[in-house]
Design a protein. Structure first.
Length: 163
């Protein structure tokens, strides 16, 4: 079993809706299973539009209603992240293209995936951005993130030999 924690970075565009939600859902699920110590988890955005801002209040309220606190402040994805994390988990094709462009300019040891690669019932490869939509969009994203993070956690635990 690996002794160093697996480092996971969730990435979306602004780091205020989807990626902080995924970060906090993943940590919540790991904590519930007693394996939080096996992971270091963070989130970042491909843009710097919201640097320093808290998570979107609608995303946080949706998660809070399900017993999950979404905390933190937005930060921009840095070239060093590609070398210091084991996994970069992006939310959509645009985020993937941004990470791929950064990979051409920076050393990258991280494995890059879309979160919905682990979704047991995907209807799209992307986690939709709920920012400009209504409450229903935040509920839909919460559902997607919860089931995808649960499956991702199972995958990473199996990879570590800790399943």
């Amino acid at each position: 079993m690996a002794s160093d924690p697996t480092r996971v970075l969730f990435v979306c565009m602004g780091n205020i809706c989807r990626s902080p939600l995924a970060e906090c859902v993943f940590v919540h699920l790991a904590r519930e299973r007693g394996v939080e110590h096996l992971f270091e988890v963070d989130s970042a955005g491909t843009s710097g539009y919201h640097v320093g801002e808290p998570p979107d209040r609608r995303s946080a309220a949706t998660a809070r209603a399900r017993g999950i606190e979404v905390v933190g402040s937005s930060r921009k994805l840095a070239p060093d992240d590609l070398a210091s994390f084991d996994y970069l988990i992006v939310m959509d094709a645009h985020n993937l293209a941004e990470v791929d462009a950064l990979r051409r300019r920076a050393a990258c040891r991280a494995r890059v995936h879309r979160l919905r690669e682990w979704d047991p019932s995907p209807d799209s490869p992307d986690v939709p951005d709920p920012y400009y939509g209504g409450a229903r969009g935040f509920d839909e994203v919460q559902d997607i993130v919860e089931r995808s993070c649960a499956a991702l956690l199972d995958h990473l635990l199996a990879e570590r030999g800790a399943a």
